[in-house]
Design a protein around this ligand. Structure first.
Ligand SMILES: Cc1ncc(COP(=O)(O)O)c(C=O)c1O
Length: 298
C-alpha cells in the first residue's frame, strides 16, 4: 500500500509520524473520510470545503491548495488500485514540543490513505441497526463546535463504548439540553407523517455531507424535510429512523432503547432513499483519471 505523507508517496512501513506530532499528543488536527465509488470520488469538493472550514476554525493553515489535495486524493487511489473504497485525509498541527502551544509546530503533517471499507455488517442494511441512548452527552458547542471535524473523537468514543457494552454498535448522543444531536459517527433522521426530520447543527450535529445528500434526494422525491429539535420520545414514536454517514451511507434503524421503530423493519421511505443514494453514488463524482487526464473536483 502507498500512503501520501508530507509530499511523498511512501510504503505503509515508511508512513510513520513523530511522537512529537500534536495530532497524536493532543488530538490537534482535522480530517475527512471520503468515499470512492466506481472510480469516482463522491462529493470531494464538499469534503475539501469542510476540511478547510474545520482547519480555519482551529487556526490551522493547511500547507496545500484545494487543487493539490484533489490531485493527491486521486493519485493515492490510483496507486493503490482503489476504485471502490474509502479515503482518509488527515491534517495535523505537525511536530512541536511537549507544550500545548500550536504555534510552535513548524508545519502541518498531511497524510492520505486510500483503502477498502466495510463499516457495518450487511445484515444491518437488510434488517436495521439497534441503537441505545448514551449517557455521555455531546460536547457543549461552546467548548468545541461539533461542526469542526477534528481528531478529538474521545467524546464519541466514550458513547461508542457504551453501545458496545450494551450489545450493539452505535449510540444516540444527546446534547446538554437533552435534545438528540447525532450518533457517534453518523447523523440521524426520523420519518414522521411522511416528513424527514433531523436535528439542526446547533443541537450538536456534524454538518454531514451524506445528510446534505439526503436533503437533495428528499427534494427530488418530493418529500418534505427539515431540521427540528428532536427528543428521545420523538425517536421512539417515529414511523422510521435512519442514520447517514460517508462510511455508513444510509442505515435503517430497527430499535431504539429496546423499542421497535415503526414495524421494527426498514421502512419504505428509508428503503427508497437507500436505493436513490446508491444510484447517485454510482454515477456522480470526481473521476480518478490517469495522470494528464485529471479534472477539477465536482
Ligand atoms: C460525529 C459524526 N457525525 C456525522 C458524521 C456523518 O458525516 P458525513 O456524512 O459527512 O460522513 C460523521 C462522519 O464523518 C461523524 O463522525
Amino acid at each position: 500500500m502507498k500512503i501520501f505523507l508530507d509530499g511523498k508517496y511512501v510504503s505503509q512501513d515508511e508512513a510513520k509520524i513523530s511522537v512529537f506530532d500534536h495530532g497524536l499528543l493532543y488530538g490537534d488536527g482535522v480530517f475527512e473520510g471520503i468515499r470512492v465509488y466506481n472510480g469516482k470520488i463522491f462529493r470531494l469538493d464538499q469534503h475539501l470545503d469542510r476540511l478547510s472550514a474545520s482547519a480555519k476554525a482551529i487556526m490551522l493553515n493547511i500547507s496545500m491548495t484545494k487543487k493539490e489535495l484533489v490531485e493527491v486524493c486521486c493519485e493515492t487511489c490510483r496507486l493503490n488500485g482503489v476504485r471502490d473504497g474509502y479515503i482518509r485525509l488527515v491534517v495535523t498541527r505537525g511536530v512541536g514540543n511537549l507544550g500545548l502551544d500550536p504555534f510552535k509546530c513548524r508545519k502541518p503533517t498531511v497524510f492520505v490513505i486510500a483503502d477498502k471499507i466495510e463499516l457495518y455488517p450487511g445484515k444491518v442494511y437488510r434488517n436495521g441497526i439497534e441503537l441505545i441512548t448514551a449517557a455521555t452527552q455531546r460536547v457543549h458547542p461552546a467548548a468545541i463546535s461539533p461542526s469542526i471535524k477534528s481528531l478529538n473523537y474521545l467524546n464519541n468514543i466514550l458513547a461508542k463504548i457504551e453501545a458496545i457494552h450494551a450489545g450493539t454498535i452505535e449510540a444516540i448522543m444527546l446534547n446538554h439540553s437533552g435534545y438528540v444531536a447525532e450518533c457517534t459517527g453518523d447523523n440521524l433522521f426520523i420519518v414522521r407523517g411522511g416528513r424527514l426530520e433531523t436535528p439542526p447543527v446547533s443541537d450538536g450535529a456534524l454538518v454531514g455531507i451524506t445528510r446534505a445528500v439526503v436533503f437533495e434526494l428528499a427534494s427530488k422525491l418530493k418529500l418534505a424535510a427539515g431540521e427540528t429539535h428532536l427528543t428521545r420520545y420523538d425517536l421512539m414514536t417515529a414511523d422510521e429512523c435512519f442514520l447517514t454517514g460517508t462510511a455508513a451511507e444510509i442505515v435503517p434503524v430497527s430499535k431504539i432503547d429496546c423499542r421497535p421503530v415503526g414495524t421494527g423493519k426498514p421502512g419504505s421511505v428509508t428503503l427508497k432513499l437507500m436505493a436513490e443514494f446508491h444510484k447517485l453514488t454510482r454515477t456522480e463524482g470526481t473521476p480518478i483519471l490517469p495522470v494528464g487526464k485529471r479534472v477539477a473536483a465536482k
